[in-house]
Design a protein around this ligand. Structure first.
Ligand SMILES: NC(=O)c1ccc[n+]([C@@H]2O[C@H](COP(=O)([O-])OP(=O)(O)OC[C@H]3O[C@@H](n4cnc5c(N)ncnc54)[C@H](O)[C@@H]3O)[C@@H](O)[C@H]2O)c1
Length: 260
């Protein structure tokens, strides 16, 4: 039995990176998956799952748009007869613009996807969870939401907002049996970070990537997927209200001198 056997799970941002890796692993673990993304390549994610005998549907939708969120939650209920968990993972980097170049539009886009998108995922799944007194909500925050130097001001604030939403929502859901947690990934090679990896490879400095954490490497999407699937599963039955770094130990440290 897989750890998500029979569970009906929505995953946003499932066309790429962490979301795709989580969709594939959740299906391997027995989940019936609703893979959501703005990008048409979400169909590749569902094709990989169904091609290997798993169960998935793909939905093109904007995780920051309330009507779209309502519709993909309804699609999960209509297709699978209910919903057991959601991974609110879709996110944008904000482009790492310097503070003085950031516009209000930049802020609204970053917060709209990364923070309000998480709120919408919670708002529209909770009514389905409360009818059965169980459910797991997992969100993607970031080490950028914990401390400086892992993203722009807008991105970092958007992820700190996710950490706060997780804490406050856990108490809003007092006594319901619904759990909510977030993952704070460190540096993971995905569509979002690929330009930085490509630049380092072009400059011949790729061996320096990830060297400031004690694992001395960057992370792979599946290493976040493993935590996401654990949190979505009943094995995490007493884990609630937490934002858990999965970062090779990066966020454990005070500032230190990198040994050369
Ligand atoms: N890669 C890292 O190092 C890292 C570190 C910390 C946190 N994160 C977070 O992980 C999450 C996943 O990102 P990733 O690294 O896998 O990047 P990615 O770019 O590979 O995947 C993000 C996916 O989200 C989708 N998406 C973006 N906006 C959307 C929207 N409004 N509606 C629906 N889908 C949308 C994109 O199309 C893309 O498929 C994000 O929340 C990101 O902020 C990533």
């Amino acid at each position: 039995m897989g750890m998500l056997e029979g569970k009906r799970i929505i995953i946003t941002g499932a066309a790429s990176g962490i979301g795709r890796a989580t969709a594939l692993l959740a299906a391997q673990e027995g989940a019936r998956v609703v893979a959501v993304d703005l990008s048409d390549t979400v169909d590749q994610t569902t094709a990989i799952i169904t091609g290997s005998g798993g169960t998935a549907i793909g939905i093109h939708a904007n995780a920051a748009n309330e009507d779209d969120v309502r519709d993909f939650v309804t699609a999960c209920v209509d297709t699978y007869g209910g919903i057991d968990g959601i991974y609110a993972n879709a996110g944008v980097s904000g482009g790492r613009k310097p503070l003085t170049e950031l516009t209000v539009d930049d802020w609204q886009r970053t917060l709209g996807v990364n923070t309000i998108g998480v709120f919408l995922a919670i708002k529209h799944t909770v009514p389905h969870f409360t009818t059965k007194n169980s459910g797991s909500i997992v969100c993607t925050a970031s080490v950028a939401g914990l401390r400086a130097n892992a993203g722009g001001v807008d991105y970092s604030a958007s992820k700190a907002g996710v950490i706060s939403i997780v804490q406050t929502t856990a108490y809003q859901l007092y006594g319901t049996g619904i759990r909510i947690n977030a993952i704070c990934p460190g540096l993971i090679e995905t569509g979002m970070t690929r330009p930085a990896f490509d630049r380092a490879r072009e400059r011949g400095t790729s061996e320096r990537i990830g060297q400031i954490n004690p694992m001395k490497r960057h992370g792979e999407p599946v290493e976040i997927a493993q935590m996401a699937c654990f949190l979505l599963s009943d094995r995490a039955s007493y884990v609630n209200g937490q934002s858990i770094p999965v970062d090779g130990g990066l966020s454990a440290s005070h500032p230190w001198v990198f040994p050369r």
